[in-house]
Design a protein around this ligand. Structure first.
Ligand SMILES: *[C@@H]1O[C@H](CO)[C@@H](O)[C@H](O)[C@H]1NC(C)=O
Ligand SMILES: *[C@@H]1O[C@H](CO)[C@@H](O)[C@H](O)[C@H]1NC(C)=O
Ligand SMILES: *[C@@H]1O[C@H](CO)[C@@H](O)[C@H](O)[C@H]1NC(C)=O
Ligand SMILES: *[C@@H]1O[C@H](CO)[C@@H](O)[C@H](O)[C@H]1NC(C)=O
Ligand SMILES: *[C@@H]1O[C@H](CO)[C@@H](O)[C@H](O)[C@H]1NC(C)=O
Ligand SMILES: *[C@@H]1O[C@H](CO)[C@@H](O)[C@H](O)[C@H]1NC(C)=O
Ligand SMILES: *[C@@H]1O[C@H](CO)[C@@H](O)[C@H](O)[C@H]1NC(C)=O
Ligand SMILES: *[C@@H]1O[C@H](CO)[C@@H](O)[C@H](O)[C@H]1NC(C)=O
Ligand SMILES: *[C@@H]1O[C@H](CO)[C@@H](O)[C@H](O)[C@H]1NC(C)=O
Ligand SMILES: *[C@@H]1O[C@H](CO)[C@@H](O)[C@H](O)[C@H]1NC(C)=O
Length: 362
């Protein structure tokens, strides 16, 4: 029993070093970037403490996750909290279903966003003090043509129950749906002015999170937009997501920017099987389950080898942890630079705070 626990720990340590990888920062309008991994299928995630997000498909970009029996929670407990996640996969045109119960509170913003490498963006945002409203917004290449943000009236309080917020996105039009009712349509033509087209049209990741838009450190205009200053003492404030559906309208292995135009015609769909899809379809077995399913012979062999390795293993483990921390710091810097460049206000705020926190920590 003790030995098998030791082996499990070793295996876990090994697996965690293997799966730690960084997405390289790259602006495809200026640089040649490595292709984006495709989802290439339709997948539903039902979220709860017993059905947590898989790390193959999702990464935590800030803070900690707060699962309940029927949802994933994103909580602001105190200043500087703004837990967020992003998908490791991209969809190239698609349908997204978010089943969300927004967080209440002045200055509290719940958000679910589609965002591409060149900063095309399609948003749903909830201001916590305006339970009877939801906002829709979009951006092309990080630019705003006038009046892209619209506030919609809802038939019930978004902070009290889960509702189905659906985004439809194809090459002709963008749609925002609320519990089966179409709230808004933006066409490719709507998003085009005399200086070009600003229609979101490059492969996107999914990002979700909560952030204190009404933090006193924020610009006044943003605080007003966020419904006023946040009262941290009246928290915690939690946004819940019970279910996510992602449908990728394209099929392939990866999506590749073939030039710097950011036009959808320039995105090549690299044929082949999606790695993420394969992983999602795998039956996930825990280390313990794998151990239980092994033959007696394999177990003995593993115990013999593992016992011999345990001593060296401890040294290797120590070394890899120190190394991991260094890599972690490098990743942190890459991520931080990335966020500073991005338009998304939530991420800008996180980046600012990270920078401040980093300076204070030193
Ligand atoms: C591309 O690079 C140029 C020159 O460095 C810079 O001015 C511009 O802002 C960059 N554009 C984007 C979208 O990053
Ligand atoms: C996810 O939840 C929905 C609605 O509650 C249910 O219909 C569906 O069967 C669930 N799917 C899985 C894989 O648990
Ligand atoms: C989880 O959410 C609950 C309810 O909002 C809150 O009391 C708790 O502090 C949160 N936990 C974390 C780790 O954020
Ligand atoms: C919506 O619900 C919140 C509690 O989550 C409550 O404080 C607020 O007054 C409600 N808003 C409306 C307009 O009923
Ligand atoms: C068109 O929209 C872009 C993006 O916001 C903006 O930079 C540009 O000034 C607009 N052009 C005109 C003529 O309105
Ligand atoms: C929401 O309701 C208000 C007041 O009834 C109305 O003035 C406004 O036009 C409505 N907004 C939308 C987007 O329908
Ligand atoms: C959510 O809304 C969309 C758009 O109306 C609809 O197609 C979809 O079936 C809804 N999902 C569920 C689980 O009801
Ligand atoms: C992606 O496009 C670039 C630029 O056209 C090209 O050099 C590269 O080989 C392509 N990568 C793949 C995997 O197709
Ligand atoms: C980018 O590639 C697309 C598809 O090949 C092509 O139609 C377009 O003219 C190219 N744009 C530029 C600026 O090279
Ligand atoms: C993709 O997966 C299918 C079914 O699993 C397999 O038959 C096919 O060979 C795979 N294609 C590639 C390019 O790996």
């Amino acid at each position: 029993m003790v030995r098998s626990a030791m082996i499990a720990a070793l295996v876990a340590a090994f697996v965690s070093t293997v799966s730690a990888q960084t997405s390289t920062e790259c602006q495809p309008l200026n640089e040649t970037c490595s292709p984006d991994p495709a989802l290439s299928t339709t997948h539903t995630w039902n979220l709860s403490s017993s059905s947590q997000l898989d790390t193959t498909a999702w990464s935590i970009t800030n803070g900690v996750m707060n699962y309940t029996e029927d949802a994933l929670g994103f909580t602001i407990n105190k200043k500087m909290d703004s837990p967020t996640i992003r998908s490791n996969f991209y969809i190239f045109w698609g349908r997204m279903e978010y089943h969300v119960r927004a967080a209440p509170g002045h200055g509290v913003i719940s958000s679910v966003v589609l965002e591409s490498d060149d900063l095309d963006e399609v948003d749903w945002e909830w201001v916590g003090s305006e339970g009877m409203h939801v906002q829709s917004n979009w951006f092309g290449k990080g630019q705003t043509i006038a009046n892209t943000g619209v506030t919609h009236n809802l038939t019930s309080n978004a902070t009290l129950d889960f509702h189905n917020y659906t985004t439809w996105w194809d090459s002709d039009k963008l749609e925002w749906w609320y519990d089966g009712t179409l709230l808004r349509t933006v066409t490719y033509e709507d998003a085009t002015n005399s200086s070009g087209t600003w229609y979101p049209q490059t492969p996107v990741t999914i990002r979700m999170g909560i952030w204190p838009g009404g933090d006193p450190s924020q610009p006044e205009g943003r605080i007003i937009w966020a419904g006023g200053e946040i009262d941290y003492n009246a928290g915690p404030y939690t946004m819940y997501v019970s279910q996510i559906l992602a449908q990728d309208f394209s099929t392939g292995k990866e999506y590749n920017y073939t030039n710097h135009s950011g036009d959808w015609q320039s995105i090549a769909i690299v044929p082949g099987n999606s790695t993420i899809e394969k992983e999602l379809n795998k039956v996930h077995l825990s280390t313990a389950q794998k151990w239980d399913r092994m033959s007696e012979g394999s177990r003995i062999a593993i115990i013999v080898v593992a016992s011999a390795v345990v001593g060296t293993g401890a040294i290797v483990f120590l070394f890899c942890c120190i190394r991991q921390r260094r890599i972690g710091k490098r990743e942190w810097n890459i991520q931080n630079n990335k966020w500073v460049e991005e338009r998304t206000e939530m991420m800008n705020m996180q980046a600012e705070w990270r920078q401040k926190g980093y300076v204070e920590m030193k």
